[in-house]
Design a protein around this ligand. Structure first.
Ligand code: SF4
Length: 336
């Protein structure tokens, strides 16, 4: 399936219900509707990676409405066990209200060398909430940080690929599906340079171009909109890719969210030392070899600008969503 086909323009009267709403709200300027030639017995395959954020939810809704009948679609949510409780609620509400049919996945880490990541299927009730998948990953691969940014790949991308393979969605030379990724027009710098080769599809850039404000305005209509205290709490609450401004804002109010990274640094800081380690030979999560305890101490000192404006720190990796195939991107700049 070629991406070129996914970008062809169709008549406006083929807009879906969701597209009409976006059009009426003035959120979409140039509607482009992907079409697929119906010349094979098998439906084209489309994998949608739902990160649990608003952008990803809007992308998933639009794609399901547009391609639900014509494509074989799999929607997955890879749980690290370290999300804010509101994120789990939101994933579940999207599923219940919009029929996403989300497959909740978690990493299964084999501690033996040369054994890859596999997946297990969980659900809203059984999903880990105390960092269990994250801990299994760190125990084998070490604490992730700017030098060893592997957590998205190990805990999300490879987990999703393991599940998709079990459903006949193949990668490599046998690549037979497209992956929809929730990156918006105002995050265009996060697109992969190998998107053509890997069949990555960016609906909110190429088909329904939207900004963060567009997405927020749309989601605000729904009483079950994502109810995070602020965008600083998105994804793994303690994500090391977040700006120090966001991390300190979270730590000041909710130091308990740093118990997981503190536990992992204490138990596994000596796993795979090397370039990723600090002067003491141990790995920590945060920029400048800072530990979870350091972040809490910084927050207590209060010498930082609080994250109060959702327009801050937008166009940087994991600013609000942890997307698959994004580990190569640069972490956010150090901002405090
Ligand atoms: S949100 Fe951050 S910490 Fe969590 S998997 Fe993604 S990059 Fe890693």
């Amino acid at each position: 399936m070629s991406l070129r086909n996914l970008k062809k323009i169709e008549e406006e009267n083929l807009r879906t219900k969701a597209e009409e709403i976006f059009y009426e709200l003035g959120l979409v300027k140039d509607l482009t509707i992907p079409i697929e030639p119906d010349n094979s017995a098998e439906k084209p395959k489309l994998a949608i990676s739902f990160s649990g954020g608003r952008t990803s939810a809007v992308m998933t809704k639009l794609c399901l409405e547009k391609y639900g009948d014509t494509h074989d679609i799999q929607v997955t949510f890879a749980n690290t066990g370290a999300e804010h409780p509101a994120t789990y609620e939101f994933v579940n509400e999207c599923d219940l209200n919009w029929g996403f049919n989300v497959v909740w996945l978690e990493a299964v880490v084999d501690p033996r060398p040369n054994k890859g990541i596999r997946h297990k299927i969980v659900n809203y009730e059984t999903a880990s909430r105390n960092g269990e998948p994250f801990e299994a990953f760190v125990a084998k691969y070490g604490v992730p940080n700017r030098t060893t940014p592997q957590c998205t790949a190990r805990l999300k991308t490879e987990v999703m690929e393991s599940y998709l393979k079990s459903q006949g969605f193949l990668r490599g030379k046998k690549l037979n599906y497209t992956t929809a990724i929730g990156i918006r027009a105002d995050e265009i710098g996060r697109m992969s340079s190998v998107q053509e080769r890997e069949n990555f599809f960016y609906p909110l850039i190429d088909v329904w171009p939207m900004t963060k404000a567009d997405v927020n305005r749309y989601m605000a209509q729904f009483p079950w909109d994502l109810n995070l205290p602020s965008d600083a709490y998105g994804n793994c609450v303690f994500c090391w890719k977040k700006t120090l401004r966001k991390l300190c804002t979270v730590a000041e109010k909710n130091p308990e969210f740093f118990e997981i990274p503190d536990r992992l640094e204490t138990k596994y800081g000596d796993v795979k030392p090397g370039a990723a380690s600090g002067p003491d030979g141990r790995r920590t999560f945060f920029k400048g070899h800072r530990s979870a305890k350091d972040i809490i101490a910084l927050a207590e000192e209060g010498q930082f600008t609080k994250y109060t404006d959702p327009e801050w720190d937008i166009a940087s990796d994991c600013s609000e969503s942890c997307e698959v195939y994004s580990d190569a991107a640069a972490p956010e700049k150090i901002l405090i």
